[in-house]
Every structure is written in C-alpha cells, then in structure tokens.
Ligand binder design. Structure first.
Ligand SMILES: C[S@@+](CC[C@H](N)C(=O)[O-])C[C@H]1O[C@@H](n2cnc3c(N)ncnc32)[C@H](O)[C@@H]1O
Length: 198
C-alpha cells in the first residue's frame, strides 16, 4: 500500500515535470530529429504485415506521425503521460491516428498490434524488461518491437536481445555528439519462447 502510494506520487511528479517541459517548449527540438524518425519509418516499412496496426508508446506530440506518409498502416495509437503533448498531437489531425493520455506502466491496450514502438522512452521507465514482457502480449503473432535509444545504449539492446530476436540495428548520427541506436526486434509468441509473460 505504502509502496503504491510512493510509486504513484513519483509518477504524478514526473507527469507534472513532462507537462511543464512541453509547456515551455523544452522538447520542441525533437522536430529537427528527422533522421531518427525517418529511420524508424524505414524499419516499419520493412515489416511484412499489411495494413499495420501500430502502438507508439511515449509518443510525445506525435512527431513520428508526420513521417508516416507512404506507410501502409491502418491506424496508429499514441500514448503519452503528458496531457500537453497529447493535446498538441490531437490538434494536428493526423490521419488514422488516435492519442491517449496514460502512463505506459498502467496502460492496458484493448486490442493487439503488429508493431509496438518505444521511441526515446524505455529508459525513463521502471523495470523495463517487465514492461516489455507485458506489452509482448499485445503483439500479433510474429509482431515487432522498435526502439530508439539516444546514445545507442548497447546495455539495453543486449538485455532485450536475450529475450527477443534482434533483426536490425541501425546507428543514426545527427552530429558528433548526437546519435541514436534504432533497433527492430521480432517477438515470438510466448508459447514459442516458453517465458513468463508477466
Ligand atoms: C524524449 S520524449 C520522446 C517523445 C516521442 N517518442 C518522440 O520521439 O518524438 C519522451 C516521452 O515519453 C513520455 N513518457 C515518459 N514517461 C512516460 C510514461 N511512464 N508513460 C507514458 N509516457 C511517458 C514523456 O511524456 C515524453 O513525451
């Protein structure tokens, strides 16, 4: 009970902090990171599914949606802790897109997806592998996780590789100091992996 209260308070404070940062435009620079979004779209296009259903966790103000022209997607659901970011995303009226304010750690999807994207968000979360195991249940058979990690984060890529199949790993460099590791992982069904899913 006490632990839950502490945890909820921590994430309430984080929500306020993200909202504040969005309100003063601190994250507006993400719009300039076109190489990162383009590479993610490249990986999406390489997936064999038709009429893709995509879940973008920690979607911010929907920057990725601007790059989806030419992608064969049925719809994309963006989820973010920040109501400021989500209001901004909704104002853009992106096609086939829906946005929800929620904490990734609490959010329960109502359906399954072909691709789940963690674009610059996984390392902000507690107990990352537990979160991935939970979300893997909301992937269609043979579905994919896509990750973008600022600074590549070989440690995280290695940890994820121990449970899921690394299919592609790209390093995107914007400058000497700014670069990302962008990866595509195939997720076998839990039965095939014989791993716990919670
Ligand atoms: C660095 S930004 C990346 C935004 C977006 N993916 C992009 O690349 O344009 C990280 C985002 O994760 C969101 N975030 C952080 N913790 C979250 C959580 N627990 N649940 C949902 N969103 C979260 C923040 O509000 C923020 O919008």
């Amino acid at each position: 009970m006490k632990l839950n209260f502490k945890r909820n308070l921590k994430w309430f404070k984080k929500k306020i902090s993200w909202n504040y940062k969005y309100s003063i435009g601190k994250w507006d620079f993400m719009d300039e990171e076109n190489l990162r979004y383009s590479k993610i779209v490249d990986l999406i296009k390489g997936c064999e599914f038709k009429n893709l259903k995509i879940l973008d966790l920690g979607c911010g103000y929907g920057s990725l949606n601007k790059y989806l022209k030419g992608v064969n997607y049925e719809f994309i659901l963006g989820v973010d802790l920040s109501s400021n970011a989500i209001s901004r995303a909704k104002k853009e009226s992106f096609i086939n897109s829906k946005f929800i304010v929620s904490d990734i750690q609490q959010f329960t999807p109502e359906e399954k997806f072909d691709i789940i994207i963690f674009n610059e968000v996984l390392y902000y979360l507690d107990d990352q592998m537990k979160i991935l195991r939970r979300y893997s249940k909301y992937l269609n058979d043979g579905g994919y996780f896509i990750f973008s990690f600022y600074g590549i984060r070989e440690d995280l890529i290695q940890e994820i590789s121990e449970e899921y199949q690394l299919k592609r790993k790209e390093v995107v460099k914007q400058s000497e100091k700014v670069f990302w590791g962008i990866t595509l992982f195939k997720v076998d069904s839990p039965a095939l992996r014989s791993l716990p899913t919670s």
